[in-house]
Design a protein around this ligand. Sequence first.
Ligand SMILES: Cc1ncc(COP(=O)(O)O)c(C=O)c1O
Length: 315
Amino acid sequence: MNNGIVDSSLATIGDTPMVRLQRIVPDGAAQVIVKLEAGNPTGSYKDRMALAIIEEAEHRGDLKPGQRVVEYSGGSTGSSLAYVCAVKGYPCTIISSDTFSEEKIRTMRAFGADVVLVPSNGGLITPDLFDRMRDVLDGIVETEGAYWTDQFHNTDALIGYDALGQEMLRQTERSGIVIDAFCAAVGTAGMLAGVSRTLKAALPDVVVTALEPTTSPMLSAGHAGPHHVEGIATGIVPSLLPADLYDRVLTVDEAVARELAAPLTREEGIFAGTSSAFNIAGALRIAQELGPGHTVATVACDSGLKYLAGDLYRT
Ligand SMILES: Cc1ncc(COP(=O)(O)O)c(C=O)c1O
């Protein structure tokens, strides 16, 4: 951790804390440790991905000074790309839709991105919406020569998440513990894949679990369904997650994860969003399976602040 003055806010990405849960872990379970990613500049681990994707493209010469960057996104990725582009001076266009959260769209605009909103069918997220967003994106690539970051297929993202895995290894080593299991839900799967490949290189016995909503068991049962956990289980098998980077899949009941948000906040002081609570719900299940003397690690992706307008904290 560099505690001196840094010359760019980009240098403040990463080096996030890791906390051991104290009060919500049932007796007889393994310890659960959580990497808290809300301290990143836009409040989410996606900043790691955005910086890696932009800098790798710069190094290859795929992204030229002043070239426009374009992506389609419902939220966190768009915010992180808008942020990195703002600091580095690239114009940025994010294709989004009125169905995604107003806060996230405003965040992209706050960082100076042009946001193109493609109208949804009455607020629903439907496959044709993504087709129409993609058409707008293709038009911008063609007419403006923009660089498409292609978050669902871009393996540069994993480089950003390798650092997350390295930090976890250093933090656990300093505390004299070894990670037995790591789990997380997947959207693009960039985070799970990057962390998994780093942990598995150092800890060959670590068991990595991909989590998915019970109602959308794409990895475990091959079919998608509805759910309300932003950013995960997008209805595809993510191409960034090869079979050797996860050992098992666990389905988690979204309602159980949502109910965890209040005790996480009030008893542990961890202000979680829906996907963070989901990851921790999965980690608690695995901790009960493993029992005392073991360590389960997961990630709190962002902050509950991003979810105050939704129904997660509407009591
Ligand atoms: C809030 C949130 N949580 C979790 C994820 C999943 O992360 P990944 O795409 O690395 O699998 C995303 C991805 O967009 C997200 O926005």
